[in-house]
Structure formats: C-alpha cells, structure tokens
Design a binder for this molecule. Structure first.
Ligand code: C5P
Length: 245
C-alpha cells in the first residue's frame, strides 16, 4: 500500500489579514506550507506529496520545496501543481497529478502546519485496515447555537454529538476519485463546493470513520492562530512535553 498526500495551498487566506497567499505566510521564518509538507514527509507511510499552489506562485513554491534541506533529506517525492478557484477544485487538480502506484490518499490543509506525525500515521493506518474514508475529530469547547439572520437564537445544538473536523483526511484512492468526479460539476461554485473532502464522500453514501484528532493540528485562520503556532513551535524546540495531541 502506497500513500500520498495532497496539500491544497491555493487559498488567499483573507481572514488572516492582508498579505500574500496564506500558505506562504511565515511561521518562525518558514512558510506554513513548508512546515506542513515537512510534517507529512516525516511520516514513513507517505511516499509522495502533491502541493497545489496558487496559479501565480507555482514556480516560487517549486523552488521552496527544492530548496528545503529538511525535505530533501526525507524519502518523499514532492510535486507542485496549480490550484483552482475553490478548495474542492484544487484537490481535484491534485488528484489528477498522483502517481499510478498510489492507493491511499491523504488530503491535508497547508494551513495546518503543526500536524503531529502520529496523527498522520493514525489516519493512514485506519485506511490501510479497511476504512474507505477517515477524518480526525475533536470535541467542541464552545457551546454551539444556531442564530437567524436577525441575530435571534433559534436553537442550541447538543454539543455532545458534534465534532470539529481536522486534516489530514484519509481515503481509499478510488473512493476519493469517485467522490470528486461525482461533484466536479459544481466544483467551481463557491456556494456548493465542499469545505472538506469527507463531505463529498458522504454525498456518495459511503461511511466516513472518525479517529481522535490532535490539538496541534489546528488550522491557522486568524492572526491569533499564528501566535499560538509560534508558542507550540517554541515549546517543541525547547523539547517540552508534547502534550498537545
Ligand atoms: O480557506 P480555508 O482555510 O478553508 O482553506 C483551507 C485550505 O484550502 C488552505 O490550505 C487553502 O490554501 C486551500 N485552498 C485551495 N484552493 C482554494 C481555496 C483554498 O487550495 N481555491
């Protein structure tokens, strides 16, 4: 069984504030994307990483990948392709670039730079042992309510049944390809495009399995997330306890 990871990194990241593409914003002097690809490359099961870059930054991203000595030292093949208008379209373009020998596919957001290697391994393992689709999840910390357009609360959702979903999400390659093929007609439409890959697999009626996620796999979305990421990195560098899993 050969596993590959697709890393959609073609988003603008407007919630993070003004600047270039989010995946190229720096964390401790290194683009988020490089952190994320290093984390995937460090997983022994991952033989190939397909980075889906902003259309106008393909050469820049290719140079970043080639120039990273840590990545070069890993036993992993890294490809860079141009992305699309939605995350869904970007993942579809990444799928098209996978090597023929790949049968397990992970999809991992560039915006989750600090994903622990053992989470990557856990997801690959679950697919290897028979799951068609696997997602890492965490319980919610906040109470969740549905609010109408006028700002009135119309429901409090039972938090115990809800989970926040992370990446990497893992799939049997044929299942993910079928899901993207079935959905490709609306891939370019922001309103109907899926925000995660498991969502497309659910539309096929295929069972998606949840495994425990990791706090350190959080998504860098807002400016405060960069501060948190810096803190996690300094703790790792100090050799501190890796209790964020
Ligand atoms: O915007 P959001 O944080 O949900 O994006 C999740 C991931 O999808 C990011 O890594 C982003 O770069 C990627 N993406 C993409 N192509 C797009 C939009 C988002 O690869 N058109």
């Amino acid at each position: 069984v050969i596993a590959a990871a697709i890393v959609p990194a073609a988003g603008r990241g407007e919630r993070l504030g003004p600047g270039g593409p989010k995946a190229l914003r720096e964390l401790a002097g290194l683009p988020l994307l490089v952190h994320a690809v290093r984390a995937l490359g460090a997983a022994r099961a991952v033989a190939e990483v397909v980075v889906v870059a902003p259309g106008d930054a393909v050469d820049e991203v290719r140079a970043l990948m080639r120039g990273d000595t840590v990545l070069q030292s890993e036993d992993v093949r890294v490809l860079v392709v141009a992305g699309g208008r939605t995350r869904q379209e970007s993942v579809r373009l990444g799928l098209a670039a996978l090597g023929d020998d790949v049968d397990v596919v992970l999809v991992h957001d560039a915006a989750r730079p600090l994903v622990p290697v053992d989470l990557v391994d856990r997801v690959v393992q679950a697919v290897r042992t028979g799951a068609d689709a696997v997602i890492p999840v965490l319980p919610l910390a906040d109470t969740v309510k549905r609010v109408d357009e006028a700002g009135r609360v119309d429901a409090t959702i039972d938090r115990s049944t809800l989970r926040a979903v992370q990446t990497p999400q893992g799939f049997a390659r044929a299942v993910l390809e079928e899901a993207h093929h079935a959905a490709s007609t609306d891939a370019d439409d922001e309103a109907t495009a899926a925000t995660d890959d498991a969502g497309l697999v659910e539309r096929l009626g295929t069972t998606v399995h949840a495994v425990p996620g990791a706090e350190e796999a959080f998504k860098v979305t807002r400016p405060i997330d960069l501060l948190l990421a810096e803190a996690v990195l300094s703790r790792r560098r100090a050799g501190g306890a890796r209790d964020g899993r």
